[in-house]
Design a protein around this ligand. Structure first.
Ligand code: SF4
Ligand code: FES
Length: 362
């Protein structure tokens, strides 16, 4: 008979969950889901050794373990701290954590340009979401922001070093996914930058994945650049038989035009399966793909706007934990207040012609 695995009980924001020893607080919180899971700008479950760089995942450990119930004196990085049996953790229920996270966002934004209106990452940028949730209304920073020499990364990838938050994800991706890391973070402190040899790893078939892991708009897809805002495009799951990767992708379409190809992501915004450069940059015709159907958008995301079919309600934990309603990035309504139409029945974007037609029919 197989031996039963011993599990640790950990309570996060008053919700108890059982996890295997060695699990980090962040992954235990992800098991609960929703807002109880701390935001993560550098940790990436598919990349070994990631995490511990950005401090956005800080939490308060109110009780170290059942055996030693003393609290931890300082906030800890939940992506790097493993749970103990009987541990009690506070995330959104801790004022210290909320305050610290606000400080972290302020630091991240010190050198990050506020160019969301022209940045291709807008609408799917984790820093944009984080600033909305935790940022202050204005910056107190009065000094000159960092500037960098421009690096040309070839025909496919655009680097905007000023937007980089030095999370190291692209470095780990090049190292572990493409197996050919020739770039890294050079210098330290204010001079640190993603640099030098990234140009040299661009001929690798899997280097395009650095675009998907970048939490901000520092690495973007040149073939999609300035073509459209993501919330005007329609994400569709599709596949092809590819001899280099799984061929399972997400197409970002406008009408019949494939504007962009990316890997599919999970509810934490992480890539499910790495895709190759050929699928990402060269298969831009609908005929290259077998379309599976509209992607399920399950985040409170601006990308959900206009796509009423297949939108999944995110798993909410805020109300249960804090008793207050969650702060949504946008309020997705079911019934149009102006036209009194059930939006879930619309098959496509809600244009005035569609409403006129429905009115005529009624
Ligand atoms: S370029 Fe993007 S992925 Fe790479 S370290 Fe900077 S923010 Fe992270
Ligand atoms: S996600 Fe934990 S430190 Fe960045």
């Amino acid at each position: 008979m197989s031996e039963q695995k011993q599990l640790f009980k950990v309570t996060i924001d008053n919700i108890t969950v059982e996890v295997e020893p060695g699990t980090t607080i962040l992954n235990a919180a992800r098991k609960i889901g929703g807002e109880v899971a701390p935001p993560a700008m550098c940790y990436y479950s598919k990349l070994k050794d990631s995490g511990g760089k950005c401090r956005t995942c800080l939490v308060e450990v109110a009780q170290g373990s059942a055996a030693d119930p003393r609290p931890m004196p300082k906030l800890v990085a939940s992506c790097r701290t493993t749970v103990m049996d009987g541990m009690v953790v506070k995330n959104i229920t801790s004022d210290r954590v909320i305050d610290a996270r606000k400080g972290v966002v302020e630091f991240l934004l010190i050198n990050h340009p506020l160019d969301c209106p022209v940045c291709d990452q807008a609408g799917e940028c984790h820093l944009q979401d984080l600033s909305y949730e935790h940022g202050a209304g204005a910056s107190r920073y009065e000094f000159k922001r960092r500037t960098f020499e421009k690096h040309n990364l070839g025909p496919y990838i655009q680097l905007h070093m000023t937007r980089c938050i030095l999370c190291y994800r692209c470095v780990y991706t090049a190292d572990q996914v493409s197996g050919e890391r020739r770039h890294g973070i050079l210098s330290r402190g204010d001079h640190a930058e993603i640099a030098t040899y990234i140009e040299k790893s661009l001929d690798n078939d899997f280097i395009g994945n650095v675009i998907d892991v970048c939490p901000v708009g520092a690495l973007t897809d040149k073939t999609f650049r300035f073509k459209n805002r993501v919330w005007f495009t329609k994400p569709v799951d599709a596949h092809c038989s590819c001899d280099k990767c799984s061929g399972n992708v997400q197409l970002w379409m406008r009408g019949d035009e494939v504007l962009r190809v990316t890997a599919r992501k999970d509810e934490w915004g992480e890539v499910k399966e790495w895709i190759c450069n050929t699928c990402r940059f060269e298969r831009k015709k609908v005929s290259d793909w077998v379309i599976e159907g509209p992607s399920k958008i399950d985040r409170h995301s601006v990308i959900s706007q206009g796509h009423y079919v297949g939108v999944q309600k995110p798993h909410e934990t805020v109300a249960k934990v804090t008793g207050r309603k969650p702060k949504l990035l946008m309020n997705i309504k079911n019934v149009s207040e102006v036209n009194q139409v059930d939006l879930s029945e619309l098959k496509g974007p809600a244009t005035s012609d569609v409403f006129k037609q429905i009115k005529k029919e009624n």
